[in-house]
Design a protein around this ligand. Sequence first.
Ligand SMILES: C[S@@+](CC[C@H](N)C(=O)[O-])C[C@H]1O[C@@H](n2cnc3c(N)ncnc32)[C@H](O)[C@@H]1O
Length: 257
Amino acid sequence: MLKSLLKKIMKPIAIQFKPQLEMVAQAECALSRKWVANSHKRLKWIQWALPPQPEHFDHQIDLFHQFMDHRSSYWTERGVFGSLALKGGKVLELACGDGFNARNFYSLRSMAVVACDFDPSALKIAKAKNSAPNVTYLLADIRTDMPQGTFENIVWDAAIEHFTPAEIETLLGEMKMRLTPDGILSGYTLVDNQTGEKQLTHHEYEFRDKEDLRRFFLPHFKNVTVFETVFPDRHNLYFWASDGPVPFAKDWQFALS
Ligand SMILES: C[S@@+](CC[C@H](N)C(=O)[O-])C[C@H]1O[C@@H](n2cnc3c(N)ncnc32)[C@H](O)[C@@H]1O
């Protein structure tokens, strides 16, 4: 009551001083932008320059530091392309890392998200920075303990490369059993750098190109789309796989039929 009364009185005064108020707010934003960018740059240095390196990335470092400093938007792509596959029901996110995508891309447009990872330190960050009422974080090694249930969507972002080809084959079979008949598996990985050297020590298998990735899904799914985006410092691969329509197919539920 008092708050809305104050607002009513203050607003006409504030209108008179809009240019000055905006100048002060712009200065405050500039200062806080520098501060938040620098603190996240320091966090990245501590996490990545001092061993041991983590197996996941804290995407608030992308949000507050790298996006602005490097102009690279690819860190948002997996969330955006993954969201195109969402069907609004239950989502299983495998190897969710810091949970940034579970909270900021997948949770609002889904009934529930079960997000799992085998690294307790990743889940600690996920729960602290990326909790949401319909997101459940579970500690699970997906090779032995993939969460049970039936899901309209399974998301496997930036993680398929952490498994051997034999493990990928077994895991895809397990995922297929958990998907609804027209459920969609979506995900992201990166192309190898053609030097024979892995881009991260945690990687088991890096993909040569789109075909090399697609061949893993073909035995399991009728419809498979693999596509790429190329940035100066990274060559990205995305996938959608389903027995039903995948995004941008003629019979995709969100397309004009
Ligand atoms: C590069 S991170 C990707 C995290 C997140 N999906 C993203 O897009 O930012 C790879 C994640 O896979 C997880 N991971 C690797 N092997 C796993 C396994 N066997 N079971 C569950 N999680 C695993 C790691 O702990 C790490 O968080």
